[in-house]
Design a protein around this ligand. Structure first.
Ligand SMILES: [Zn+2]
Length: 127
């Protein structure tokens, strides 16, 4: 089965393309966490972002910064969450999700922070 992101890069699968250059492509996520949730894809099929070349990393993260600043302006978000993935679809993709205090993503990370505090206590053996 072909990689869906390679199919999008090749123009054989549909996507809402935001921008692209020689090494990277920005599209809207089809299962968004929030309106405006974008993905930055490397054009080359590489599962993990840290296996990209320095040129690809520079391009992917410069594009992420530019799109994140536009998302912040358009959605008046406090922050744009960035998350690098490559497991479910084994092709580097960077999540960019506009986030504001109290939204679902903020709540998710607030829950994780509670979990981390418990884990830190266990690891330190404070009991
Ligand atoms: Zn691919």
């Amino acid at each position: 089965m072909p990689c869906v992101f390679c199919e999008i890069v090749a123009g054989r699968a549909p996507a809402h393309i935001i921008e692209q250059d020689d090494l990277a492509l920005c599209i809207l996520d089809i299962n968004p966490f929030a309106e405006g949730h974008c993905l930055i894809l490397s054009k080359r099929h590489v599962p993990w972002w840290h296996d990209l070349t320095d040129d690809e990393i520079g391009t992917v993260f410069r594009m992420a910064k530019g799109v994140a600043n536009r998302l912040r302006d358009v959605y008046s978000s406090e922050f744009v969450c960035l998350y690098a993935r490559g497991r479910r679809i084994p092709h580097t993709h960077i999540f960019l999700v506009p986030t504001t205090k109290g939204d679902a993503l903020d709540g998710f990370f607030n829950e994780l922070e509670k979990f981390l505090a418990v884990a830190a206590k266990k690891i330190r053996r404070d009991d």
